[in-house]
Design a protein around this ligand. Structure first.
Ligand SMILES: Cc1cc2nc3c(=O)[nH]c(=O)nc-3n(C[C@H](O)[C@H](O)[C@H](O)COP(=O)(O)OP(=O)(O)OC[C@H]3O[C@@H](n4cnc5c(N)ncnc54)[C@H](O)[C@@H]3O)c2cc1C
Length: 594
């Protein structure tokens, strides 16, 4: 059985020492968030994740969800845990105080989120979907809808979903067929079939508030004719007393590779009453606005699974005795040395640690930029942060969910054959991690978003928000000998990223397949450089302005960072070669040759 520990020390280091919050220095909510306040939030989140949610992770995976007569039952213990988590406010950290939430900034809430997700991804999905729906209603809904629905979603009485996907339409939402028929009373009757709806039906709450993409009669074709509707599972009166079924039924649940305790439902809407959110035919616009925070959330899922797998792997590598160290026996009193003495096992552990801690630092920094994009006093500062977050969101989502899979696969490898055995818990991480590369826009689509939309946006303006500070950082520290192990590889990989950017921009203009074929490699190259940048910033701060944690902590941080720069960042070289090779061999075969 694998073990789990919340990443408390690293999280506190990132929030209290690493993160520069000066862009929001006047914000009253930040003034209240002193280290003792935030530390106690993380401590409590750690306790509840380790003691309440992690014990339900394996059992939830084994038991899964079941369906009978359209009613979905979640695994044993989920209902009680959901009540406890929502009643104690863990599901509503970023929600507005007027709706009963705590209005914490994203950089704090997302750090808590990592711990909760790491302990039990399936469970966290029910809370995460509710927050997604809350955000959409809060941002685009009428006051009437907000007042009626949001307090109950925040209290945990009602939950939420996002209903986009249909059998014929996944990535291409322009193919949506679900219909919305206007009624005299300004409501709509929604009819259609949605599939793959996370938390679409369950027994955790008394009502479920579905957000549904649908088309009104005579709306324009494609994504320009899609609107967003709020459709409750059960109707309610003005006092929110539940009334009748709204003809929303769950016809099936999916049997999946992972996240088995999260219900994934086929939902039928049969003339169900719904209410427009935002403007008619602007449903996709609302979705796009929500996407940054939703995709960052999925990136955090990748980080969280990586952390969970790392916890199990470290514990096992120290406990399991096999073979002797190449340099001679380490533990004379034992029949063999522990796995951790072997360079190959070390290599895997270091890779897991370097990716996971780098991802956590990126997450803290990007989450803070999301706060700046929403809270900064100066509109120009807000806009710059918004453009930076837009640029980096597809990189973050894809790179971190790729890491979730790489790290959880290494976690199995460290366990050897025992990693392949269910009861040890490590294979579940890999199965669970796999979905994160698929939903909320597949990683391939993220790469196209980066190359096709974000790079060319405003003649490369978004890109400059990242490239300029990075160039400046390299320029400022290039003569610093204490940092040379960081700055030299960073400068080399950054120049590779610049060459790749230019090449894609030039070749992509004459042949879009060139950009399409390079996109995934380019995104990885971008992610590796971004992580190299964050590791270098951590190193710079530790070397020149160390905080109050133990020397051992900083020593490990610097050595892990150095491992990243020496052993992982050089992948940028092969990625650049692949990008420079162009699209020809990728597109060379006729379809009949496959
Ligand atoms: C467990 C689970 C939970 C989910 N939860 C939800 C939910 O809560 N709500 C919801 O609405 N949906 C949900 N989904 C659906 C999910 O978001 C979609 O599966 C995903 O968007 C991909 O769509 P698709 O499966 O139809 O794949 P497709 O769109 O058919 O794509 C198949 C492959 O082709 C690639 N591809 C497609 N189009 C292009 C293109 N133009 N250019 C290049 N490559 C392309 C894709 O990257 C992918 O590799 C969930 C799915 C699963 C499995």
């Amino acid at each position: 059985m694998s073990v789990f520990k919340a990443p408390l020390e690293d999280t506190k280091y990132l929030i209290n020492e690493f993160l520069d919050t000066s862009e929001l220095k006047g914000s009253p909510s930040l003034l209240e968030l002193t280290p003792d306040v935030t530390d106690s939030i993380f401590d409590e989140a750690g306790k509840i994740s380790e003691n309440l949610l992690f014990p339900l992770n394996r059992s939830g995976d084994e038991e899964g969800c079941s369906i009978s007569n359209g009613k979905v039952t979640t695994p044993t213990g989920f209902k009680e845990a959901y009540k406890e988590m929502t009643e104690s406010g863990w599901g509503s950290l970023t929600c507005k105080e007027e709706h009963g939430g705590q209005e914490l900034p994203h950089y704090i809430a997302n750090a808590v989120d990592e711990t909760i997700v790491a302990s039990n991804l399936s469970f966290s999905i029910y809370m995460g979907l509710t927050i997604g729906a809350y955000n959409a209603i809060e941002r685009f809904g009428s006051d009437e809808l907000k007042n009626k629905y949001l307090p109950h979603m925040v209290s945990g009485k009602w939950s939420g979903t996002m209903c986009l996907t249909e059998p014929q339409c996944g990535t291409d939402l322009g193919l949506i067929r679900t219909k919305a028929l206007p009624q005299d009373n300004s409501s709509y009757l929604i009819s259609g079939s949605k599939i793959f709806i996370s938390a679409g039906e369950h027994d955790l709450t008394e009502n479920i508030i579905h957000l549904v993409l649908a088309r009104t009669p005579n709306s324009p074709d494609g994504i320009k004719g899609i609107s967003l509707f709020l459709v409750p599972k059960i109707t309610s009166d003005e006092q929110n007393i539940l009334l009748d079924s709204n003809h929303v039924t769950c016809s099936a649940i999916e049997h999946k590779m992972g996240i088995k305790a999260s219900s994934t439902c086929a939902i039928e809407f049969e003339s169900s009453e719904g209410y427009l959110i935002g403007s008619l035919n602007k449903g996709m616009k609302a979705m796009f606005v929500m996407m940054n925070s939703a995709r960052i959330h999925v990136g955090i899922q990748g980080l969280a699974i990586a952390h969970a797998s790392y916890c199990g792997a470290v514990d096992y590598a120290k406990e399991r005795l096999q073979g002797r160290a190449l340099t001679g026996t380490k533990s004379q009193n034992q029949s063999a040395d522990s796995l951790i003495v072997h360079p190959d096992v070390r290599q895997m552990l270091m890779t897991m640690k370097a990716y996971t801690e780098g991802a956590r630092a990126l997450s803290t920094w990007l989450s803070f930029k999301l706060d700046v994009s929403q809270e900064a006093d100066d509109p120009q500062v807000q806009q710059n942060a918004d453009e930076l977050v837009s640029l980096l969101t597809p990189v973050f989502k894809s790179f971190l969910t790729d890491i979730g899979e790489i790290v959880s696969s290494l976690g199995i490898q460290i366990y050897g054959g025992h990693g392949y055995i269910r009861e040890n818990g490590m294979e579940q991480y890999l199965r669970d991690a796999r979905i994160c590369r698929l939903y909320e826009g597949t990683n391939g689509i993220q790469a196209l978003d980066l190359v096709g939309r974000k790079l060319p946006a405003h003649m490369g303006k978004y890109l400059r928000h990242f490239f300029h500070p990075l160039s400046l950082f390299i320029e400022t520290h290039k003569e610093d000998e204490q940092l040379s192990a960081f700055i030299q590889p960073l400068a080399k990989s950054f120049s590779r990223l610049q060459v790749a950017t230019l090449t894609i921009a030039q070749k992509g203009m004459s042949n879009p397949n060139e950009a399409g074929a390079a996109a995934t490699d380019y995104l990885k190259l971008f992610g590796l450089v971004a992580m190299g940048y964050i590791w270098s910033q951590m190193a710079e701060q530790i070397i020149h302005n160390k905080g109050t944690l133990s020397d051992d902590f900083y020593d490990a941080k610097l050595k892990t960072g150095q491992f990243y720069m020496e052993r992982i960042l050089p992948q940028t070289g092969s990625l650049l070669s692949a990008i420079m090779a162009g699209a020809e061999s990728t597109m060379a075969l006729k379809e009949s040759q496959f």
